[in-house]
Design a protein around this ligand. Structure first.
Ligand code: FES
Length: 578
């Protein structure tokens, strides 16, 4: 629905700059203190640029240059750009996990936008949690917003072989633990795997979420697939800067873009990409911020009919750089037209269908045709059973096929430290048929539900050539990981979910076609164990970690804070402030 263009006095920033008050004197004089003349900002929309750059986020190392390019676009279009740094949550460096801080970043950005004279915002993110956090904030604040994706890094290289972020680390680490890789070779891998600025270039959480941000309508068309060092990425930055100014005048807000249909599009594309399982948690949280309840069954239902078309690691063979050359996300959208709601709007003012017109695929082996998919359907499966009453997920294309129906005895680790201590113990009673169970790795337990779900294969089994096993946890798994890993078991063990009741030797049945995860222990015994169970003390006794433990929701609800969801307390929007 077309709205009237806004006038200057309808802008938020007019409350700071457009009124003859004493406080406005301070806003003017302090803006001038920064070297801006009245004609630089007077009468213009103020465009906030949220920059998640820091020296502790290696994926965003190009943001200092990109922010200047975004500003250039804003100036060209008649806006006034202001840069607001926000926490960077760089995936490789944050302990115990960036997921602990996704909601903190979302809260920080929402309040940055609320408290400053911002009319519209460019959100600069890419490394895993930054994308959902920034979009959750923009959704709750509901200001015109464009997401600017960091873009994937270039392909890795090692002795003439192509390396993929994460996936090859797990692969070569297994070789190293099996004694088949020298320290020198390991150092060479370190040198070659991350060659440029940009996010992981496998279909990990970053590439998945950037693609989904574009599918939802928050990125200029085609933007999410451009590799970070490509000159097209710099041009995307200035185009984003130009467009956000018009978006403010047009008053096109997240609430105009987000709908159930838009989220169904995102899920469809997620599945066609064989995207990261983390996206499930993020999409649910993002949807709930928009007042839309997404349940796990929606993912399972869409998964049952959408084929995996992107042949990208870890489920496939290629990398994001290849995906870009093959036609990128617009090419994939074009292939998926029959599965998508094409009338969903996007930030360029056109619909998804209009944005897909003329898009083509140039490399059929990278973005497969519908007649030759990587996987017919079922890129994701939602499991239920007495071990996961509120659900668990598995990514079947990333697992060894013969393990998708498997029953085996449990080998239980009571937490991550226990697992690290014992996993390679030659005395560990484990065989290739065992089911490895990791407890206490969920949203409250770990805390923050770290990416520990791809438990390592015990060394003695590696030596026998075993490369995949059934593994079950309430943790997440890196999008770059693979294996028969059952993840996001809800409710988690720390809050008394049935996962906490599993003992060594219990038989566990995984049946992916039947969507079943069953603990073969009779109910009377489970009741006895439950009565004897008591919760462990929480890990953080104060501050943010304490707040997190009090208010985090479970995986099936998106792990947002209960008090941040739409529907909590007052209606979302701006309180009357002066
Ligand atoms: Fe930043 Fe993977 S480490 S995207």
């Amino acid at each position: 629905m077309k709205k009237d263009r806004k006038t200057y006095d309808q802008l938020r920033s007019a409350r700071w700059y457009g009124v003859p008050t004493l406080r406005a004197f301070g806003h003017h004089s302090r803006t001038k203190q920064m070297g801006f003349a009245a004609e630089d900002y007077q009468g213009k929309p103020v465009i906030g640029i949220i920059n998640t750059w820091s020296d502790m986020n290696s994926c965003h190392t190009h943001f200092p240059q990109r922010v200047e390019e975004i500003k250039r676009g804003v100036w060209q279009a008649g806006g006034f750009p202001v840069e607001l740094p926000a926490m960077s949550v760089g995936e490789p460096f944050v302990k115990p996990t960036t997921m602990l801080y996704r909601n903190l970043l979302a809260m920080e950005v929402e309040e940055l936008l609320r408290s400053h004279p911002i009319d519209g915002v460019v959100l600069m993110g890419g490394c895993d949690k930054t994308t959902p956090a920034l979009l959750m904030a923009a959704t709750s604040m509901n200001l015109p917003a464009i997401y600017f994706p960091a873009g994937p890094m270039l392909r890795g290289n090692y002795q003439g072989k192509v390396l993929g972020s994460g996936s090859d680390v797990w692969k070569y680490w297994a070789e190293k633990r099996a004694g088949q890789l020298s320290d020198e070779a390991w150092a060479e891998l370190e040198d070659g795997i991350a060659r440029s600025a940009g996010t992981c270039m496998t279909m990990g959480t970053a590439a998945t979420m950037m693609s989904l941000a574009e599918t939802l309508g928050f990125v200029l068309p085609g933007g999410s697939s451009i590799p970070a060092p490509d000159s097209g990425h710099a041009r995307l930055a200035s185009a984003t800067g130009r467009r956000i100014v018009d978006l403010v005048w047009e008053d096109l807000k997240p609430s105009d873009i987000l709908s159930r249909a838009a989220f169904e599009n995102a899920i469809t594309v997620d599945l066609a990409l064989a995207g990261s399982t983390n996206s499930i948690v993020h999409l649910i949280a993002m949807a709930r911020r928009a007042g839309i309840a997404l349940d796990l069954e929606t993912f399972d239902r869409i998964a049952a009919r959408v084929p995996v078309l992107a042949d990208i690691r870890p489920a496939g063979r290629f990398l994001m750089e290849d995906f870009y050359y093959a036609g990128g996300l617009r090419g994939l959208h074009a292939r998926l037209r029959d599965f998508l709601h094409l009338d969903c709007p996007s930030v360029n003012g056109r619909t998804l269908g209009e944005n897909t017109e003329g898009a083509a695929v140039y490399l059929d082996e990278v973005i497969r045709p519908l007649t030759n998919p990587v996987w017919e359907s079922g890129g994701l499966a939602v499991l239920r059973g007495n071990l996961a009453p509120r659900g668990a997920v598995i990514k079947p294309p990333a697992a060894a096929k013969e393990l998708l129906v498997h029953t085996g005895p449990a080998v239980v680790f009571k937490d991550y430290n226990d697992m690290e201590r014992r996993i390679d113990d030659p005395a560990l009673p484990v065989t290739a048929d065992s089911v490895l169970v990791l407890q206490d790795a969920g949203p409250v337990g770990a805390p923050g539900m770290p990416e520990w779900g791809q438990l390592p294969i015990p060394k003695k089994l590696l030596a026998q050539g075993v490369r995949d096993m059934v593994r079950i946890s309430d943790a997440r798994m890196s999008g770059t990981s693979y294996g028969a890993c059952v993840l996001h078991v809800a409710p988690e063990s720390r809050v008394g979910g049935p996962l906490a009741l599993v003992r060594d030797g219990d038989l566990i049945e995984l049946d992916v076609p039947a969507r079943r995860l069953h603990l073969h222990v009779d109910e009377a015994e489970l009741t006895r164990r439950r009565a004897a169970w008591s919760p462990l003390p929480r890990r953080y006794g104060r501050g943010y970690g304490w707040l997190h433990a009090q208010h985090i929701t479970q995986a099936d609800q998106g792990c947002d804070f209960d008090f941040m969801e739409t529907g909590f307390g007052d209606p979302v929007g701006e309180p009357e402030i002066h």
